[in-house]
Write a protein that binds this ligand. Structure first.
Ligand code: ADP
Ligand code: MG
Length: 257
């Protein structure tokens, strides 16, 4: 569970997050959307505990994130960052094992248990067949799956993801998001994900919140939040929604197409 209460973050005099409050329950997926520069990555970094807060509190599973030591934070929160910045000279297997770092004993030794969890994480993300390949020779999409494997190996119950589908083709996007949904709904993970694709957010997030110039609007169900009117305002282009299928799923499109 994540609880943010009146969180503000500044870079020098620039206020990037302005008194943001929200909650994500265990087993829930909150999708955060908003234009470039609205503060999405800053929000992820604040929630992971690496940025000092100007005001407010962040609690993860009831613990104030600012009071936890880095390794304790890493046992609770796993981050899949926006940039693919994995070390190119490591193999996939070594990279996924790095996810076990917060759990190692004081000698820093890997146990059979650590290796088993890393293997399971790779099976779940279809990266096992890549185990001996070097990161530097993988495609963007393969690297993105390795990032998820490493995050799962970390065995944190809270997953923060910054545009995790950016490097994936359509099939892998859908597989990834189904996997995330099952992690939340079946395994009880708490998920906050930033996604640019409004239609994917509408389909895979339980609740959605719009982040606009550092202000987070109150989260709600996708049909309520992702309306043509509010999105046209936020993105400053005319958009329309079309309802498709028997479930009347909303699809967001530029108006005039
Ligand atoms: P988003 O992820 O929504 O595109 P960011 O959180 O990266 O937005 O950035 C929010 C705002 O904060 C932007 O105006 C950006 O220029 C500024 N910003 C982000 N990181 C830094 C930084 N390290 N130093 C100064 N300003 C930053
Ligand atoms: Mg960003």
């Amino acid at each position: 569970m994540i609880q943010a209460e009146s969180v503000s973050v500044s870079y020098g005099i620039h206020l990037a997050l302005k008194k943001i409050s929200f909650e994500v329950p265990s087993g829930g997926i909150l999708g955060v959307v908003g234009p470039n520069g609205s503060g999405k990555t800053t929000l992820i970094r604040a929630l992971s505990g690496v940025l000092p807060l100007l005001t407010g509190h962040i609690r993860v599973e009831g613990e104030d994130i600012s009071r936890l030591a880095p390794l304790e934070r890493a046992r609770r929160v796993a981050v899949i960052p926006q940039a693919l910045n994995l070390p190119p000279a490591f193999t996939v297997w070594e990279t996924v094992l790095l996810g076990r770092t917060p759990h190692l004993n004081w000698l820093g030794q890997l146990s059979e248990h650590d290796r088993q969890i890393a293997r399971q994480a790779m099976e779940r993300t279809n990266t096992f067949e890549l185990a001996d390949r070097f990161i530097g020779e993988l495609s963007g999409g393969e690297q993105q799956r390795v990032l998820l494997a490493r995050a799962l190996a970390q065995a944190a119950r809270v997953l923060l993801m910054d545009e995790p589908t950016a490097h994936l083709d359509l099939r892998h996007q859908l597989n990834w998001l189904r996997e995330i949904r099952s992690l939340a709904h079946h395994d009880g993970f708490t998920v906050l994900m930033v996604l640019h694709d409004l239609n994917l957010v509408a389909r895979f997030a339980d609740r959605v919140a719009l982040l606009v110039e550092g202000h987070l609007q109150p989260p709600g169900i996708p049909e309520e939040i992702l309306t043509a009117e509010s999105l046209s305002n936020v993105y400053r282009i005319p958009l329309k929604t079309v309802l498709i299928g028997e479930e009347k799923h909303p699809i967001i499109l530029p108006a005039g197409y």
